[in-house]
Design a protein around this ligand. Structure first.
Ligand SMILES: Cc1cc2nc3c(=O)[nH]c(=O)nc-3n(C[C@H](O)[C@H](O)[C@H](O)COP(=O)(O)O)c2cc1C
Length: 384
């Protein structure tokens, strides 16, 4: 990707702007390759300090250095169990759960909210646009002991942002997001955070992003924002295309670090290796969140997090041991919700990436696939 030399003119808000030159090495090298030229960025600065509670909140809550992103149909209990076998320190986010699902399934909550105690630290992500349901959903989730509640302001799926009118569409209504975050925070005693994009459609200037961050953080207890550093397009492209067509603009993320020093920001989007995680942290990122790479290549990503990011001693666990422990888990959960749910396919799916890019990866996947077809119990098929 080449530098386009953006100049972000602060013109849409009452805040003053200054011109900064030569944004950090990470944003230029990592995003544009080492040949990129220094770029000029017209930065946005907070006119005044956030309310004093923000300082307390930010101090109380350093965000996770490394986290695995919420991903629908991927970061379920099965994947999180596998992830925790590999990394003890990575923070794990759930798939997004709509507040309405929690409220309407109040008699069946374990199915949606229960998880093994070893999965801590774990964050519940909720979505919605109804304050009453967000309040109730947070109350109902509280006994499950999540370590943080995250509010989805980044999902572009037509079902969510279109018909559902929540997810990334909420970035256009920061006042509502502030109300939602206040309601969520009032119903939990754990930290709350927002996961958002850098903009929506042509509402994609740095000033508009700052306006969102400023309003949400000054009108609610939100002190931590996870920034998926590309905008969302609500023109009907698929969610998958919305994760690759809009360009990544890490310079927005780094400008937020500079312009909102009282807040905490996690960078997300397009980060594919532990080297890139550490490069982002060296450049000042408070936290780094990986989605697709952590799912498709769990061993080489999560297997390095504890030592290379958190400085813990290298563990000597092997993939065979991980598989053996995961097999015990699999045997205990297949069919636990009646019928064949969860199915063997559900349980085995997270294992498909365990040998990503290694010799034998093809035969491994074929063997797992064959097991899907012939086996209904776990133990007969997973023996390595
Ligand atoms: C299959 C899939 C499902 C996703 N579901 C969610 C979700 O439920 N909530 C959310 O905030 N983001 C969701 N995302 C977006 C990711 O959290 C993340 O922001 C995005 O993939 C960019 O990070 P990456 O480049 O490291 O994958 C999803 C992404 C994928 C690939």
């Amino acid at each position: 990707m080449k530098s386009t030399g953006h100049c972000l003119i602060a013109s849409l808000t009452p805040f003053h702007s200054v011109i900064l030159k030569n944004r950090g090495r990470f944003s230029s090298n990592f995003l544009y390759g080492s040949t990129s030229k220094p770029r000029t960025l017209c930065a946005y600065h907070q006119k005044s300090k956030l309310p004093s509670t923000s300082l307390m909140g930010a101090e109380r809550y350093p965000p996770p250095w490394f986290s695995v992103a919420p991903m629908m149909e991927l970061t379920d209990n099965h994947y999180r169990t596998l992830a925790r076998l590999i990394s003890k320190h990575a923070w794990l986010y759930t798939e997004m759960l709509a507040a309405e699902t929690i409220v309407y399934q109040a008699g069946n909550l374990d199915r949606f909210l229960a998880y093994g105690p070893e999965q801590h630290p774990i964050v519940l992500q909720i979505g919605g646009n109804n304050l009453e349901n967000l309040a109730k959903a947070t109350q109902l989730a509280t006994p499950y002991g999540y370590d943080e509640i995250n509010f989805n302001c980044g999902c572009p799926s037509p079902k969510v942002a279109g018909h559902g009118c929540f997810g990334v569409r909420l970035m256009l209504d920061p006042k509502f997001v502030a109300e939602a975050m206040s309601v969520i925070a009032a119903n939990t005693n754990v930290p709350v955070s927002v996961k958002c994009r850098i903009g929506v459609d042509d509402h994609d200037s740095y000033n508009e992003l700052c306006d969102f961050i400023y309003k949400v953080s000054s009108q609610s207890p939100t002190r931590h924002f996870i920034i998926h550093s590309r905008k969302a397009l609500l023109n009907g492209i698929s969610p998958a295309d919305n994760r690759k067509i809009p360009p990544l603009k890490y310079e927005y993320y780094y400008a937020l670090l500079r312009d909102f020093p009282d807040l905490q920001f996690t960078i997300n989007g397009g980060i594919n290796s532990i080297e890139e995680v550490n490069e982002a942290r060296t450049e000042g990122a408070h936290g780094v969140m990986l989605g697709r790479a952590a799912y498709s290549n769990p061993w080489q990503i999560l297997g390095l997090v504890d030592s290379a990011v958190y400085g813990a001693p290298l563990r000597s666990i092997t993939r065979r041991q991980v598989l053996e422990q995961y097999q015990v888990y699999g045997d205990s959960v297949v069919g636990m919700y009646g019928g064949l749910k969860p199915s063997m396919r559900d349980v085995v799916k997270p294992l498909l990436g365990l040998f990503h890019a290694n010799p034998g990866n093809g035969p491994w996947k074929r063997k797992v696939d064959a097991a899907f077809k012939h086996c209904t119990v776990q133990s007969s098929s997973l023996a390595p």
